[in-house]
Design a protein around this ligand. Sequence first.
Ligand code: THU
Length: 132
Amino acid sequence: MSKNDDVIQAAIEALPQAYAPYSRFQVGAAILDEQGQIHKGVNVENAAYPQGSCAEAGAIAAMIMAKGQKIKTIAVAGRGDVLCTPCGGCRQRIREFATSETEILVCDETGLRKSYHIDDLLPDSFGPDNLS
Ligand code: THU
């Protein structure tokens, strides 16, 4: 199994743990960091709808807690025919910890559907370098 297979599998394993009683759209995410560690997250919705959080945000929080610094690969898994591409806010969240080589793997519950780099999803982005 390659590292990409591991991170895809981790996102698919996370998917059914999501708390999504309002949208009924569960999302799982998993990050492979620069140290080779994997961090998982799920979307967590809230009765006060705007307070819900995305799966990618959960996985990033777990990475930071474990002292990971860069996203080598992030897999995002959602069910259905339409690709579960990261939302706009999550593209920016990923950008913060991405490099031009970071792989963003969009998956469904059976495996990889499509892969991207951050420049595909967020061209000419604003990032930490803009502040230095
Ligand atoms: N969602 C994510 O977790 N990640 C995304 O990038 C897109 C959307 C969640 C938020 C909400 O709980 C549900 O999917 C429906 O929008």
